[in-house]
Design a protein around this ligand. Structure first.
Ligand code: F6P
Length: 317
């Protein structure tokens, strides 16, 4: 099943799971719309050809959802009953933070072998250097910000670009570095808006005509709207525009990196189940597949290094 926010590469992971399982003589069933489909018994058998021609497609052929019902005891009981009814003996769950938090609660009460695969553009999970969809989402943001810079340059404007990332600044940090942003605001570090304004002031005095500020939607100070208002307040004559990239970051054909990551992890998930591993997430650390208990991957992620932020300021001098 795929669950939570979709991410480019989920289809490639589904393909790898289905084909590795069939190669090993297993029967494979897909669950539509994540936990909601589990509760509703929306479960169907999948053959090798059902995953043909999907490795390059964004979205997820299994569909996805954020199920409110699964957060209830009754919902989880119904879900387990459906798994039993359909003779499901093991699960592969492709999702992010919400999916694995749900899984941890579920497995406190019900036992079924399960492997998680990190599917989220936000990269807000521990136990892996990369998540499925992150690379594609950053590339989408980079393409968009490059275009914004063209028009910013033409008009001598300051642009605030808001990228996705509810609790994580990885998309902002990486797209910002890749696009030569003047400043990057992320939830992992406390944003002092006066410092941001002072840096703009400093650049103005140096007659720097273009500013690109990349802000993660989950920044502690706020998103593009709040930052825009503050800048306007201090520099009323400045020509400022904001752009919220939004869900375009979730769609599109996965990059080669996401296709390879998804294929490796999908293959690893089935092999892990066959070896008797359970309730772990398969991730990639230093190029190797590693398995981390689900409760450890949730709501934790690799710390963002302060020197990266310092570097951005140096490089935009
Ligand atoms: O978790 C991925 C993500 O794209 C976040 O960056 C964003 O805050 C959220 O999903 C948006 O969710 P929805 O599509 O439900 O609005």
């Amino acid at each position: 099943m795929t669950s939570g926010g979709d991410s480019p590469g989920m289809n490639a992971a589904v393909r790898a799971v289905v084909r590795t399982a069939i190669y090993n003589g297993l029967e494979v069933y897909g669950i539509r719309r994540g936990y909601q489909g589990m509760i509703d018994g929306d479960i169907f058998q999948m053959k090798a050809q059902d995953v043909s021609n999907i490795i390059q497609r964004g979205g997820t052929i299994l569909k996805t959802a954020r199920s409110k019902e699964f957060r209830t005891e009754e919902g989880r009981a119904k879900a387990y009953a459906q798994l039993q009814k359909h003779g499901i003996e093991a699960l592969v769950m492709i999702g992010g933070d919400g999916t694995f938090s749900g899984a941890v609660t579920f497995f406190k009460q019900y036992t079924i072998p399960a492997i998680g695969l990190p599917g989220t553009i936000d990269k807000d999970l521990a136990g892996t250097d990369f998540t499925i969809g992150f690379d594609t989402a950053v590339n989408t943001a980079v393409e968009a910000i490059d275009k914004i810079r063209d028009t910013a340059e033409a008009h001598d404007r300051l642009f605030i670009v808001e990228v996705m990332g509810r609790d994580a600044g990885y998309i902002a940090l990486n797209s910002g570095i890749a696009c030569g942003a003047e400043d990057i605001l992320i939830p992992e570090t406390q944003t002092d808006i006066n410092d941001v304004l002072d840096r703009i002031d400093h650049d103005e005095r140096r007659k720097k005509t273009v500013h690109i500020l990349v802000v993660a939607e989950g920044d502690d100070f706020g998103g593009a709207k709040e930052v825009h208002e503050k800048i306007k307040e201090r520099f009323p004559d400045m020509d400022i525009r904001s752009s919220i990239l939004g869900h375009i970051q979730r769609g599109g054909s996965p990059s080669f990196a996401d296709r390879v990551l998804s294929s490796r992890l999908g293959y690893a998930a089935v092999n892990a189940l066959l070896e008797g591993k359970t309730q772990v997430m398969a991730g990639i650390i230093n190029g190797q597949v590693v398995y981390t208990p689900l409760e450890q991957v949730v709501k934790q992620h690799t710390a963002i290094k302060e020197d990266m932020l310092q570097m951005i300021r140096v490089l935009s001098v």
